[in-house]
Design a protein around this ligand. Structure first.
Ligand code: MOS
Length: 708
């Protein structure tokens, strides 16, 4: 593909097109639709961790004021597309099909009442007796039970465990606890049956088309009879990629009560109903020559999953890809526990893997007494080490330089604990990240109205990165009209199909579709104008007595992408202050640099990178879902006890971009940035803490108790 990159300085850029709606409360989220005749659902969760329900007494709850029904496995209508043969232990959790309990908090009943408060009260009246069986929730105790996931093999390039015979080597274990997405907006769905074979849902989802498909499958409906609406999503980070059991439960409940049902998960439900980043053990061995050339990398990982589904992610992949090492071997195992199934969380796999690899690289740099950036430059991959293919683009060296300059890397001392300020230890750390740069298919309608307004329409949801803003930017630039003249319609399954918002591919995919649609629309105007270019669309429409002119365009990835290895790259720099007496770590400055190709929407891109950096800081210093293994139950399933960064924890975060177009991926030259924003950050923080204190913490989060 010839590069047709749109060039624009980063410091310019459109403000978020939906910003005003969001800050004034005019943006409606799925729980906020005032649907006539609404009823309210509250779920009841299992209080045991493994076994089955001996008896469940719902009488009192059924007779509580305002209650319409209490749904359990005893009375739940048959869900015709539920393939029970694929139910746990063989497949995804299915709601209310039998008495089996696989994890603590698993839904056992759903109350539907005329108000939320009455449903909540009735939920407290449900009594269940269980046959308890012995459960396993402890990853560390069950590492020996790890097995290779189905259809996967160990990876080997060159010689196995070559690091062991290298002159300089390190071998360390790194542990990441379970992290929960915890977007501000709770998962919520309103389901309304419009006819026996027609249903509308307002749903928190990252993909209206996939939710439409999944509800259609479960209830054996034609997909067009399922309307899914999600114009705004209050953060998701992967937690709304799947269609979860509670969504099916709301749809079936609406069938039972013959009225619309609203089901909003509680914050506690969010810890057991919509996935999480799994607790993962890792071991990395690195071997190098005395001048810092990698001889071998060995990376093993074991992540937790449920007993009924294999959740796999690319934890060890980054060690196959990041550096030009001739010898690499990796192994990835899963440990099945009595927990709900994990799900992708921002930078799935790579964020976990980069924590280990980039910590290990830092450890190696101290062994070698080489600057950590210099060590990475000596092992810089000029072509993809996995496939041997050239990169579609890679400007990671430029990113190292930009970030080092901005953080003041030259003030760093390689000797740990040697810099202090006002009684605090000062440390600098860095860590790099990478993630596949993708593009798939999307269809966009571009419609120019006689008043000069351009409508851009596609089904994709904007979960926060600024998809609508990027689309408006591309539309206005291609058509040569002010951005204020562009209206974007998103998050509706009746609009032209788009992929699920995920995998950092939406600007590349949907942006390309906007580009292609607008180019086609311009062509149509050209024909209207007798073959001559004109940007006076209003005049052309009026002259031809047309109310509007529109095109609907399907845009697909270029076939030549197969010749390239395409990745986005990032590097994160962190300066910490550590209190030597209390062990408190303060991130004083964070600089994240992305090679994400041409930056289409500079303002929202910067927000995206800053948000990802903050998420990585949380991963490094705070976040940990804790299970009391005696009961198999989470003890901190709330915002008071599950710590996340707040404004006061995040003093200064800067986002920088190399901003050079990728010549192959799409006409804008853009690559993804949602995942790379987080990948590598946790290692950068841990490395900064080591540089400040000389203490290497290999189990996250780095809480003060671990430093004193
Ligand atoms: Mo993202 S983990 O692809 O929602």
């Amino acid at each position: 593909m010839e590069s047709r990159a749109i060039r624009k300085p980063v410091e310019e850029g459109l403000s978020r097109v939906d910003g005003r709606l969001k800050v004034t409360g005019a943006a409606k989220y799925s729980a906020e639709y005032n649907v006539k005749g609404l009823t309210y659902g509250v779920m009841v969760g299992s209080t045991i961790t493994r076994g089955n329900i001996k008896s469940i007494d719902t009488k009192q709850a059924e007779h509580a004021p305002g209650v319409f029904t209490v749904i359990t496995y005893l009375n739940c209508p048959n869900i015709p597309g539920y393939h029970i043969e694929n139910a746990p232990p063989k497949g995804p959790l299915k709601i209310f099909i039998d008495d089996k309990i696989y994890f603590n908090g698993q839904p056992i009943a759903l109350i539907i009442a005329d108000t939320y408060e009455r449903a909540l009260f009735a939920a407290s009246l449900v009594k269940a007796d269980y046959n308890k069986e012995e459960h396993q929730t402890n990853l560390k105790k069950n590492l020996d039970a790890g097995v290779l996931p189905k259809n996967t093999k160990d990876y080997l390039r060159g010689q196995e465990d070559a690091y062991k015979s290298a002159p300089i080597k390190i071998e360390q274990e790194y542990i990441l606890p379970t992290e929960v997405h915890n977007p501000m907006e709770l998962h919520a769905i309103i389901a309304r049956w419009d006819a026996d074979d027609k249903v509308t849902v307002w749903d928190k989802t990252q993909g209206v088309k996939s939710t439409q498909r999944n509800i259609a499958l479960a209830f054996k409906l034609p997909p067009d009879n399922v309307q899914v609406t999600a114009p705004f999503v209050g953060g998701a980070f992967g937690a709304a990629l799947r269609t979860w059991p509670h969504e099916i439960a709301a749809v079936v409940a609406a069938q039972v009560v013959k009225r619309p049902v609203k089901l909003v998960l509680s914050r506690a439900d969010m810890f057991t109903s919509v996935g999480y980043r799994p607790h993962t053990w890792q071991k990395v061995g690195l071997g190098a020559t005395t001048d810092g050339k990698l001889v071998g990398i060995t990376h093993e990982a074991s992540g937790q999953t449920s007993v009924y589904e294999d959740f796999t992610e690319g934890v060890v992949n980054i060690s196959q890809l990041m550096y030009a090492s001739p010898n690499v071997n990796t192994r990835y195992k899963l440990v099945s526990l009595n927990v709900n199934t994990p799900t992708p969380m921002r930078g799935p796999g790579e964020a976990t893997g980069a924590y280990a690899l980039e910590s290990a690289m830092d450890e190696l740099s101290y062994q070698l007494n080489i600057d950590p950036i210099e060590l990475r430059l000596r092992n810089y991959a000029e072509t993809d080490p996995l496939s041997g293919k050239p990169y579609s683009s890679k400007f990671l060296k430029e990113a190292y330089q930009l970030g080092a300059d901005r953080i003041g890397w030259n003030e760093r001392n390689q000797k740990p604990g040697s810099v202090t300020k006002d009684g605090w230890l000062v440390g600098y750390g860095m860590g790099a990240g990478m993630f596949g740069a993708y593009r798939s298919n999307a269809t966009v309608t571009a419609r120019m109205m006689a008043d000069g307004t351009l409508f851009l329409q596609t089904a994709v949801t904007d979960i926060g990165p600024g998809t609508g803003t990027a689309m408006a930017t591309i539309g206005s630039e291609v058509m040569g009209i002010p951005a204020g003249k562009v209206r974007v319609n998103l998050g509706d399954s009746s609009l032209p199909p788009s992929p699920t918002q995920g995998g950092s591919q939406i600007t590349s995919t949907v942006g390309a579709a906007v580009y292609d649609a607008c180019m086609e629309l311009k062509d149509k105007f050209k024909q209207l104008n007798g073959g001559a270019d004109s940007a006076d669309y209003v005049q052309l429409l009026n002259k031809n007595n047309l109310p509007q002119l529109e095109v609907t365009t399907l845009s697909k990835g270029g076939p030549e992408m197969g010749n390239y290895a395409a990745y986005s790259w990032s590097v994160h720099f962190i300066q910490v202050h550590v209190n030597p007496a209390t062990g408190v770590v303060k991130v004083n400055k964070a600089v994240s640099v992305a090679d994400a190709g041409h930056i289409v929407s500079p303002k929202t891109a910067a927000s995206q990178i800053k948000g990802g950096s903050i998420m990585g800081i949380g991963m490094a210093l705070m976040e940990e879902a804790v299970i009391d293994h005696r009961y198999g139950r989470l003890v901190n399933n709330n915002f008071a006890d599950y710590h996340m960064p707040v404004q006061a924890d995040i003093p200064q975060v800067e986002a920088l971009f190399v901003n050079k177009p990728d010549p192959h991926l799409n006409p804008m030259g853009a690559k993804g940035m949602g995942e790379i924003a987080t990948i590598g950050v946790a290692a950068a923080v841990a490395n900064a803490v080591y540089n400040a204190t000389g203490k290497r913490i290999r189990e996250l989060p780095i809480t003060p108790d671990k430093l004193i």
